[in-house]
Design a protein around this ligand. Structure first.
Ligand code: SF4
Length: 414
């Protein structure tokens, strides 16, 4: 049986797409391989959202050059956000690659499936893409240029896919999109994300629903109400703020200001007091002064997020920021700002998680390694416990004994 190997980097959308591509290769008669060395088909699912991610992709492709030369029977393909419309230039830059295909698509040199190919044995917590692309064009972001304009999948398609995944063992789904809050605007009856959540909440056997990523400009009151009302929708939201400075938010073309963001967080917390919030910040954006950086630090201290994903700015060729704004914050200063926010958030998360010590939390068990089970609470806290029973896919109550900024440890109750 021929073998395939997929290397994935980047966001959850890439992970979901790689999972589906793997299932599709298996349907075509391939078998999964743990390394590129033994595979006839090697696929790289790439990310270029930051320079550091692009460097890793280029490195990987360089490393594969010799293997590709030594193995004429091997096919090397690349998908993900490295792939732009100009495949001629890509082929010139990476002659070792046989095929490039756009993110979200199937390889054109193989037989295309009639419908999405779902994993035979999905994870307990499965990903379900609901909208592709992005219409926002934030000044620093390459995604809209690579994934194109927003395209929603129909609610019927999504509901039947979730039912299928639940039938195959999934207990939780995370609905994915670059901006899930604009879901449905391009469909005939204009259903929104809240409508979709109401439908999914009725699926028997499905225990939990999450979704990401939200956009502060587009998140509706109706959606907040739906999260508060629906029992399967977890009390957890990912709401990227990017900066606490209004001047920087304007230069980023985010479409909201810090006051709007604060009001939104207050509304969410008033309606869903137990909500766990995570955010993204982008530091060292062109012209970001020390005072503007401090505004971001102040906002994070004030709003107390459970998780903060920190990134530093790197110009992405083709974006407005790369064309028009000088990348004028020195690398050492970007690094200092990164370290400052990292320490700040570590202290905040330490304090938030420490409050759970001695409490009982409910977790959905996702997997096990060496007798140590791993899963998450509804608030997306990672939890570990030891147990000799088969706990996969079960909701288990855990008494928390130890906490860190990143996870909880405890013992099963009963
Ligand atoms: S909302 Fe902005 S940052 Fe997010 S994918 Fe769209 S353009 Fe990029």
């Amino acid at each position: 049986m021929p073998k395939y190997y997929i290397w994935t980097i980047g966001c959850q959308m890439n992970k979901a797409e790689s999972e589906r591509l793997g299932s599709y290769f298996e349907r075509l008669g391939y078998e999964a391989s743990a390394s590129a060395k033994d595979a006839e088909l090697v696929l790289l699912n790439s990310c270029v959202v930051r320079q550091s991610a692009e460097d890793r992709v280029v490195n990987k492709l360089d490393n594969l050059k010799a293997l590709r030369r030594a193995r004429p029977d091997m096919t090397l393909a690349v998908t993900g956000c490295l792939v732009n419309a100009d495949t001629k230039s890509l082929t010139k830059r990476f002659p070792q690659v046989d095929y490039f295909f756009k993110p979200g698509e199937y390889p054109q040199w193989l037989e295309s499936p009639k419908e999405t190919v779902l994993p035979e044995n999905p994870n307990v917590a499965a990903y379900v893409p609901i909208i592709q692309g992005c219409d926002n064009f934030c000044s620093y972001c390459i995604v809209p240029y690579r994934r194109g304009r927003e395209k929603s999948r129909t609610p019927q398609e999504i509901v039947s896919e979730v039912k299928e995944l639940v039938g195959r063992g999934a207990k939780e789904v995370t609905l994915l999109g670059q901006n899930v809050d604009s879901y449905g605007h391009d469909l005939p009856d204009k259903p929104d994300l809240a409508d979709l959540l109401y439908e999914l909440n009725n699926i028997d056997g499905l225990l939990r629903i999450r979704f990401l990523t939200n956009h502060p400009k587009d998140m509706s009151h109706r959606l907040v109400e739906a999260v508060a009302a629906l029992d399967k929708v977890c009390e957890q939201l990912t709401l990227p703020v990017q900066s606490g400075s209004n001047e920087i938010l304007k230069a980023m073309r985010r479409g909201y200001d810090a006051e709007h963001y604060r009001r939104l967080v207050s509304e969410i917390r008033a309606q869903i007091p137990e909500i766990a919030l995570s955010t993204d910040v982008l530091l060292g954006f062109p012209s970001e002064t020390e005072a503007q950086f401090e505004e971001t630090a102040d906002l994070l201290s004030e709003l107390n997020f459970d998780t903060v994903h920190i990134a530093v700015y790197s110009p992405r060729p083709g974006t407005f920021a790369a064309r028009k704004l000088a990348d004028d914050i020195p690398p050492a200063e970007k690094k200092r700002r990164f370290g400052h926010i990292e320490r700040l958030q570590e202290n905040i998360a330490t304090a938030i998680n420490a409050r759970l010590k001695g409490k009982v939390v409910e977790m959905l068990v996702e997997g096990e390694k060496g007798g140590r089970w791993r899963g998450r609470t509804r608030g997306d806290k990672l939890v570990f416990f030891n147990d000799s029973r088969d706990c996969r896919g079960k909701l288990i109550k855990i008494r928390v004994e130890k906490t860190s900024p990143w996870s909880l440890q405890g013992i099963a109750e009963g």
